[in-house]
Design a protein around this ligand. Structure first.
Ligand code: ADP
Ligand code: MG
Length: 198
C-alpha cells in the first residue's frame, strides 16, 4: 500500500471503497478498490475472489477494465485498476441535455462488444448497470465490477443463485427465481439501459 499515495475517495459500493491514487514510482494514476473482510472468521470473501479470478482469467480487452495488480491489505485485499474518469450513471446524471443518438449508439456498441467478450470467455457478469460501466476521459466505455461474476458452463446442469444483480436491473428469469439461467441475463440489462439513455 505504501507504493501508492491516496488522492481521494471515488466511490463506495456494496463490496468496497474505491480510491483514486498515484503509484509513487511511476507517477501513474490508478483506482484502488479495497475489499474488506467483515469478520476474520469469514475467510476470504467469495465476491472478492470472484472478481479477481474473473479478471485474471481473461486476456486484455479494450472494453473490460484492466486489473493491474492485487495485494493483501489488512484483513482484506486491494485491487489496482486503471483509472477511469467517470461511470455511465454519472455521465447520465451530469449531462445538461440528453445524450445524442450517436453517443448512445457508441456506448451501446462498446457495451455489447465487452459483453460479447465476457461471454466468449464463459463469464456472466450478472450486475451490469450504469454505475458498473466506466467511462474514460476519451469517452471509452469499459465494463467493471466483476464482484458478482461467475464462470458458466454450457452443459446446462449447473444451478446458480438468482439473488444476483441490483433489483431494478434483474432479468425476468431472475425475478421469477430461476436457478438455471444463462448469459442471457446480461443482455436483458443491455436493453434496459436504452430506457436510461435514449
Ligand atoms: P462495488 O462493488 O462497491 O459496486 P465498483 O467496482 O462498482 O464497486 O466501484 C464503485 C464505484 O467506484 C463505481 O461505480 C465507479 O464510480 C468507481 N470506480 C470503480 N472503479 C473505478 C476505476 N477503475 N476508475 C474510476 N472510478 C472507478
Ligand atoms: Mg458496482
Amino acid at each position: 500500500m505504501d507504493q501508492y499515495s491516496l488522492l481521494g475517495r471515488i466511490g463506495e459500493g456494496a463490496h468496497g471503497i474505491v480510491f483514486k491514487a498515484k503509484h509513487i514510482e511511476t507517477g501513474e494514476t490508478v483506482a484502488l478498490k479495497k475489499v474488506a473482510l467483515r469478520k476474520l472468521e469469514d475467510g476470504i470473501p467469495n465476491q472478492a475472489l470472484r472478481e479477481i479470478k474473473a479478471l485474471q482469467e481473461i486476456e486484455d480487452n479494450q472494453y473490460v477494465v484492466k486489473l493491474k495488480d492485487v495485494f493483501p491489505h489488512g484483513t482484506g485485499f486491494v485491487l489496482v485498476f486503471e483509472y477511469m474518469l467517470s461511470d455511465l450513471s454519472e455521465v447520465i446524471r451530469n449531462s445538461q441535455r440528453p445524450l445524442t443518438e450517436a453517443q448512445v449508439k457508441g456506448y451501446m456498441m462498446m457495451l455489447l462488444k465487452g459483453v460479447a467478450f465476457c461471454h466468449e470467455n464463459s463469464i456472466m457478469h450478472r450486475d451490469l448497470k450504469p454505475a458498473n460501466l466506466l467511462i474514460s476521459s476519451s469517452g471509452h466505455l469499459k465494463i467493471a465490477d466483476f464482484g458478482l461474476a461467475r464462470l458458466f458452463s454450457n452443459e446446462g446442469e449447473r444451478l446458480y443463485s438468482h439473488q444476483v444483480a441490483t433489483r431494478w436491473y434483474r432479468a425476468p428469469e431472475l425475478l421469477y427465481g430461476a436457478r438455471k439461467y444463462d448469459e442471457g441475463v446480461d443482455l436483458w440489462y443491455d436493453f434496459h439501459y436504452l430506457k436510461w439513455v435514449a
